[in-house]
Design a protein around this ligand. Structure first.
Ligand code: BG6
Length: 523
């Protein structure tokens, strides 16, 4: 590791290692972290993720000056393309989806480092060509043997691609250089398959060369959970079971499954989102203060939370699953899940999932964490709401506090990024009446700099070899351990409860909170 850092200039002046502080580039704009000479090889380069997120993120990084002059980008795919045709495809998607304005000079330079290699994953000859192309980039572009392989492909293709990388010599690093592999979720579909996947990749790459993407961890607002909790005095003293009634973690989407039937059907909302994004959000919300922001210290704290999770005894009462039926998205009529193109009309896949989890620690004993996610809900919103207990005594007439709800700290992950504090305030007038009000911090109003896309941050971190924002295989396994019994229970239930598109999910979701004396927030 040490030699590869030196090779790519990753150790900063004063011996400070950038991965010791994941908040650094948000905090210290005078010292932007710039990747060293390297290339990114994308498998699955014509897929949706690559078109909408990866290629635009690479361009945005280049445009922000965070990629080195000697950067290469290699697309690997089945299309019969020349490099120029690949570059035209990349340009079209960059123009359509990048965050920063299109700049001809940036593009020209990026394009000079682009290559396309045509091939199938099981074609040894194609990998030989890839190896040759990588060497040419080393020679002509100065990428110095540093290459990251992005597996934007279905997990069933991981074994063959890993083997090809190994047998073509591409996984091998020369002294002073590095090879890294980036794996997209889903990391398996249960604990056993996740372990198998890990074994396969582990045969080819060392653990510290494997970067698992959970793109929620790349979001500014998610990293801000650490800043909010551990840079301030006012939140942490009340962040525990003495004051907190319950926590609601929501990731709601208004869109349906789009063109992703092949991926989504049989996977469902819980495996797609709860197993990764929502459990990571829960771990960051519930964990103790880490010794430092180094990857190992963060992992240690997240692992403790995930290990302390207890499932409800009665999964029927404390979980909910639903499937959207025809309804509305805004003013547009939309079809139900079973009518979506490519979906088995008898599919029992859930498009909505909600679960209650408890964290058996002194800090959180008796505080339920409710996690919910769904497609075709009323609105696109992701948030973490820490809802507080009522004050033990209210020295007012009963009528004065009729309108007073529970205090809450709401971390607004997206789309309106920021934090809301909800508390009671006196309404103006001669009577003492208290009503809920909101105090808002908004990224848009407080900062002039727009937040980078999650994939910008994560691709940059891979090129820098900076691991804190990537879940470890241990975290992934623990997350499957939590989800597997729920999936097993649901598998015996048959058809999920329908909910109309554009509403907030199945009735069971409301019943499950009502059973605990709570109700879902309406974001
Ligand atoms: C992905 C899921 O991980 O996150 C998708 O596979 C989902 O189903 C997407 O639509 C949402 O991401 P974001 O960043 O828009 O909340």
């Amino acid at each position: 590791m040490a030699s590869s850092q030196a090779a790519s200039g990753e150790t900063e002046p004063g011996g400070h290692k950038p991965w010791e502080n994941p908040l650094m580039d948000a905090r210290d704009l005078r010292m932007p972290r710039i990747a060293g000479p390297s290339s990114l090889v994308i498998f699955g380069v014509t897929g949706d993720l690559s078109k909408k997120k990866l290629l635009p993120a690479v361009y945005d990084l280049a445009n922000r000056g965070l990629l080195p002059a000697s950067f290469g980008l290699i697309g690997f795919g089945r299309r019969d393309w020349t490099t120029d045709e690949f570059a035209a495809f990349a340009e079209e998607n960059v123009r359509a989806h990048s965050r920063t304005p299109f700049n001809e000079a940036t593009w020209r330079h990026l394009k000079e480092g682009m290559r396309f290699v045509k091939g199938n994953f099981d074609d040894a000859e194609a990998f030989r060509k890839l190896s040759q192309t990588v060497s040419e980039l080393d020679r002509d572009r100065g990428t110095r043997g540093n290459h990251a392989f992005y597996m934007s492909i279905p997990p069933k293709a991981f074994p063959v691609v890993s083997e090809q990388l190994a047998s073509s010599g591409l996984a091998h690093s020369d002294p002073g250089a590095w090879k890294r592999v980036i794996i997209e979720k889903p990391f398996g579909h249960d604990l056993a398959s996740a372990k198998e996947l890990d074994r396969v990749v582990g045969e080819v790459f060392e653990p510290d060369s494997v970067f698992r993407i959970d793109h929620y961890l790349g979001k500014e607002t998610v990293q801000n959970i650490l800043a909010l909790r551990f840079a301030n005095m006012m939140f942490e003293p009340v962040w525990n079971a003495n004051y907190v009634s319950h926590v609601q973690i929501t990731m709601a989407e208004d869109m349906g499954i789009g063109g992703r039937a092949g991926y989504y059907d049989g996977i469902g909302a819980a495996r797609d989102v709860i197993q990764n994004h929502l459990l990571q959000l829960m771990a960051l919300t519930a964990m103790e203060e880490p010794v430092s922001f180094a990857a190992s210290d963060l992992t240690a704290e997240k692992t403790k939370v995930l290990s302390a999770v207890r499932l409800p005894k009665d999964l029927g009462a404390h979980t909910a699953r639903g499937q959207y039926s025809a309804g509305w998205q805004g003013s547009q009529p939309v079809v139900g899940y079973l009518e979506e193109q490519g979906i088995d009309p008898k599919s029992t896949t859930e498009t909505y999932a909600a679960i209650r989890l408890d964290v058996d620690t002194r800090r959180w004993a008796g505080v339920p964490f409710y996690l919910r996610t769904g497609k075709r809900l009323g609105k696109r919103v992701s948030e973490i709401a820490v809802v507080f207990k009522r004050a033990p005594h209210l020295p007012f007439d009963a009528t004065a506090t009729r309108e007073l709800g529970a205090n809450a700290v709401v971390i607004r992950v997206q789309p309106d990024e920021g934090v809301t504090l909800r508390f009671g305030a006196k309404t103006p007038g001669s009577a003492m009446e208290v009503r809920d009000v909101n105090m808002d911090f908004s990224y848009g109003r407080s900062f002039t700099e727009a937040s980078p896309e999650a994939y910008e941050r994560l691709i940059l971190d891979v090129l820098l070899g900076d691991p804190p924002l990537f879940p470890t295989s241990g975290e992934v396994d623990l997350s499957w351990k939590i989800l597997d019994p729920i999936e097993e229970y649901w598998a015996g239930l048959g058809q999920p409860e329908p909910y109309r598109a554009g509403t907030w999910g199945p009735a069971q979701a409301d019943r499950m909170l009502a059973a605990d004396g709570h109700h879902w927030r309406m974001p």
